[in-house]
Design a protein around this ligand. Structure first.
Ligand SMILES: C[S@@+](CC[C@H](N)C(=O)[O-])C[C@H]1O[C@@H](n2cnc3c(N)ncnc32)[C@H](O)[C@@H]1O
Length: 278
């Protein structure tokens, strides 16, 4: 079904119960994003290193369905932070996403609060977090509003707090496909926000981040799964795979992603981390 509205509105329409099938097709491939980012650094050390009196307070920005904390749990976070209580606030404008994330959280996480708002709208009274992260989370925030969103995220951290944003670059499948789809099928739609724009917004917010770039491929041979993945990538399920393969810039892009019987997509993802000045 075609969905009207801005990219952010279409994102929200998909992060709902009737978007569950699309979400599941998406994560058949996108689960690799979470494996890669969790393996990329010692997140337990980040949490332990910013704890005080045996607890660390975390803000999970655009928590989605909780794939990042779920992968941390799967990789043994509870043992790695033993003795530290990880109190997590879930932020997402979608009540569906907050409920999904809450349902997957287990030790060492304990949900402290929920904020059903866009990051741009987080009230200034919510703050003093030891850690704030946003993982594959900010693509649908309009580029002209990402500065306000990042300023709010940084403003919600305590002095000396740790921040992380994991976000695809313009060289990555997510951004390349979204741009090809926009020019071919949805010329009036709002572009996705890129890692470069996130980094510029962080600089404007006064933090000097460190960046590590991850490169990996995700693939699948099942056409229905690939179609669901691609449609969810752009929050638009109105264009079937056959049409994407046949038309304009999307057709040209997909022609370069064939891998034997199926498709492989190249991801180039920045892991952006910082500490707020103490
Ligand atoms: C791909 S999910 C994030 C994945 C998540 N970090 C995880 O670990 O599974 C993207 C989320 O961004 C949310 N979102 C969309 N616009 C937003 C905004 N302006 N501010 C905060 N969250 C937003 C959507 O509702 C959705 O739940």
């Amino acid at each position: 079904m075609s969905r009207p509205g801005t990219t952010e509105q279409r994102s929200l329409a998909h992060w709902a119960e009737d978007g569950r099938a699309g979400m599941e097709a998406f994560y058949a491939l996108a689960i690799e994003d979470y494996r890669q980012m969790v393996a990329a650094r010692d997140w337990a050390a980040d949490l332990r290193g910013h704890a005080a009196e045996g607890r660390v307070r975390v803000l999970d920005v655009a928590c989605g369905s909780g794939k990042f904390p779920a992968e941390l749990q799967r990789r043994g976070l509870a043992e790695a932070v033993a003795g530290t209580r990880v109190e997590i606030d879930l932020l997402d404008p979608s009540p569906f996403s907050i409920a999904e994330a809450r349902s997957v959280l287990a030790a060492p996480f304990a949900v402290r609060a929920e904020h059903e708002v866009r990051i741009q709208d987080l009230p200034t009274g919510v703050g003093a977090f030891d850690v704030a992260w946003a993982t594959h989370a900010l693509y649908a925030v309009p580029p002209e509003e990402i500065g306000a969103g990042i300023a709010r995220m940084v403003g919600a951290q305590r002095p000396g707090g740790f921040g992380a944003i994991v976000h695809a670059t313009s060289a990555s499948h997510y951004l390349r496909f979204a741009e090809a789809f926009r020019t071919t099928f949805a010329p009036g739609s709002v572009p996705f926000t890129s890692a470069g724009q996130v980094r510029a917004a962080l600089a404007a917010a006064g933090v000097a981040p460190a960046v590590t770039t991850l490169r990996y491929d995700v693939g699948n041979a099942d056409r229905a799964t690939v179609e669901g993945f691609l449609q969810r990538c752009v929050f638009d399920d109105s264009v079937p795979l056959e049409r994407m393969e046949a038309e304009g810039g999307v057709g040209a892009y997909l022609a370069g992603c064939h891998d034997g019987d199926g498709y492989r997509f190249s991801q180039v993802v920045d892991v952006i981390t910082w500490e707020v000045a103490a």
